[in-house]
Each structure stands twice: as structure tokens, then as C-alpha cells.
Design a binder for this molecule. Structure first.
Ligand code: ZN
Length: 199
């Protein structure tokens, strides 16, 4: 039995497809949306479409940006010889918020997970190696999460880079196991960075 109109059902379905949104939350959001003033809904919808259409990967570090090269990569004051490797743009934002890291980043957009069928070719790893071949890089700091996937990825990257002679370090594991970097406070992030170990 269909309790709601087809439009509402489709809206609930659309919300349910988002991460972390269950059926109940999807219902609540859908009803909230159809009760909002029309102009507000149009603005909301336009914001989503505009973001999707205009956000792209930085051609250097692969973070999400609306420019060809992101503001961090195009900043000459940053130390371009130190690259911090993170799993996603949210992790980059977490380190940026500390305001203490002066190097640049490389965003993998995922982590190696044999269980989920994510291999080295599915993340921006090839792009990192290309960067190391063309840029003057002295140190690669691996700041993937301390989850099984994050550790697997860190080991894989370190084995790849080691033979090149570039210094490879891993942020200290003051970061709780399985913890996403974005939920960790700035002090802990900085301590993890300062206490990084050689791989
Ligand atoms: Zn960039």
C-alpha cells in the first residue's frame, strides 16, 4: 500500500540513498522539504546542482576544489617538498584547520580494502607516484586512518616509495584505532604529526 504520493516516495528514496540516512530520517527530510517555501527549495536544489557541476579534482593534489589547481597547491608559501597523503578531502580539512601544517597534500579518495574489492588502482595512487617523479619531494607523510584499510594503504605506499630514496613517515598512532581523522581534535592531530615515525 502506498501511503504517500509518488513524488514524496521518490523524494524519500532519494534521501535514503545518501550515506548515514535511514528510512526514518529520509521521511523526515522529505516532509520538511515539501513544507519549505518554494524559493527556498529552488535555491537548495540549485546549490546542489551548482556544486556538483563546478567542483572538480585539483590536478595536482586531487582534493575537491572549483579551480584547476587548488589554493593550497597554488600557494608559493607552502612547502611543496613535503606531501601529506590523506584518504579524503575531509581529512585534509582537519589538518588544515590546525593551521600548523605547511606542506602540501595528496588526496587518495579512498583506501585499499581487499574485503571491499578496492585495489591500489581504484585510488589516486598512480597519480601520487607521478607527482614524486616530477616534483622535488623530500618527504611523504602518510596520514591515512588507523583502520585496517588505512594501515594496509600506508604499508603499500611505503613499499612503493622506499626504493626511490624519498623519506617516508607515518603519523603517530595517538590517533584512536579506526578513528576517522576528521573527528579527531586538533591537538591530537598535531601530536600525531609531530610524533611521526620513519617507515
Ligand atoms: Zn591541490
Amino acid at each position: 500500500m502506498d501511503l504517500y504520493s509518488g513524488y514524496i516516495n521518490r523524494l524519500i528514496e532519494a534521501f535514503s540513498s545518501l550515506p548515514g540516512i535511514g528510512h526514518k530520517s529520509a521521511q523526515r527530510l522529505a516532509f520538511h522539504l515539501v513544507n519549505m517555501p518554494k524559493e527556498q527549495v529552488e535555491h537548495f536544489a540549485r546549490t546542489i546542482v551548482d556544486a556538483r557541476n563546478n567542483v572538480c579534482y585539483c590536478k595536482c593534489c586531487f582534493t575537491l576544489t572549483d579551480q584547476e589547481v587548488c589554493p593550497i597547491c597554488s600557494n608559493v608559501k607552502r612547502d611543496h617538498s613535503t606531501i601529506m597523503v590523506v584518504e579524503n578531502t575531509r581529512d585534509l580539512a582537519a589538518y588544515e584547520k590546525t593551521g600548523k601544517y605547511e606542506g602540501v597534500y595528496h588526496v587518495l579518495h579512498g583506501a585499499i580494502s581487499p574485503m571491499l574489492g578496492v585495489g591500489p588502482g581504484d585510488i589516486k595512487l598512480k597519480e601520487l607516484i607521478t607527482r614524486l617523479q616530477t616534483d622535488e619531494v623530500k618527504e611523504v607523510i602518510i596520514a591515512t586512518n588507523s583502520s585496517l584499510e588505512g594501515e594496509t594503504t600506508a604499508m603499500y605506499i611505503s613499499k612503493l616509495i622506499k626504493p626511490t630514496g624519498i623519506r617516508v613517515t607515518r603519523i603517530a598512532s595517538g590517533v584512536p584505532v579506526g578513528g576517522d581523522l576528521e573527528y579527531i581534535d586538533e591537538v591530537t592531530l598535531l601530536r600525531a604529526l609531530d610524533g611521526r615515525i620513519e617507515l
